[in-house]
Design a protein around this ligand. Structure first.
Ligand code: IDP
Length: 166
């Protein structure tokens, strides 16, 4: 009854956020989760996961032709990641702002990458770049699941919602 269908409800925006293997190894899981939690977004899915190579390749399929693609896939499967589904109005774009630009050296101070990383190939966190990709990455795609399976997301209402949403 409390399990959320993998398909999003109408009008609900979700993003896929992932602590990458360097973030896990460096003990930054709590720090990264807290940025989204304090902002006020709602956590609907969370797991520690060892990503297989084919999933990493599918996740980054749009970057397949890039010269750094093989290294990127190796990086993502090099250790456990923390997979998260976050929900809220405008969460995709807002999460990208909280995360900061791809290269941590040019990411603004105050962002996750700006505060916590120095290399583009070790930039500690992933966030979907569009609502459609958010759904694709969480796992809405028919005949295909990416990071979450049916039954892995939990439907719940934050009891502080009246203090967060007008
Ligand atoms: P994003 O994660 O900020 O959305 P994308 O361009 O989608 O950035 O690239 C995905 C990931 O690939 C980056 O987060 C980074 O880990 C890696 N990456 C991007 N550009 C480079 C590069 O020039 N060298 C090495 N790794 C890169």
């Amino acid at each position: 009854r409390h399990l959320q269908p993998i398909i999003a409800k109408e009008g609900v925006e979700r993003t896929y956020i992932m602590v990458k293997p360097d973030g896990v190894q460096r003990g930054l899981i709590g720090e990264i989760i807290s940025r989204f939690e304090r902002k006020g977004f709602a956590l609907k899915g969370l797991k520690l996961f060892q990503c297989p190579t084919d999933l990493a390749e599918e996740h980054y399929v749009e970057l397949k032709e890039k010269p750094f693609f093989p290294k990127l896939v190796k990086y993502i499967v090099s250790g456990p990641v923390v997979c998260m589904a976050w929900e809220g109005p405008g969460v995709v774009a807002s999460a990208r702002k909280l995360i900061g630009s791809t290269n941590p050296l040019t990411a603004e101070p105050g962002t996750i990458r700006g505060d916590l990383a120095i290399a583009v190939g070790r930039n500690v966190v992933h966030g979907s770049d569009s609502p459609d990709n958010g759904e694709r990455e969480i796992g809405i795609f028919i005949f295909q699941t990416l990071w979450f399976k049916e039954g892995e997301l939990v439907e719940w209402e934050q009891n502080n919602a009246p203090w967060l949403l007008e």
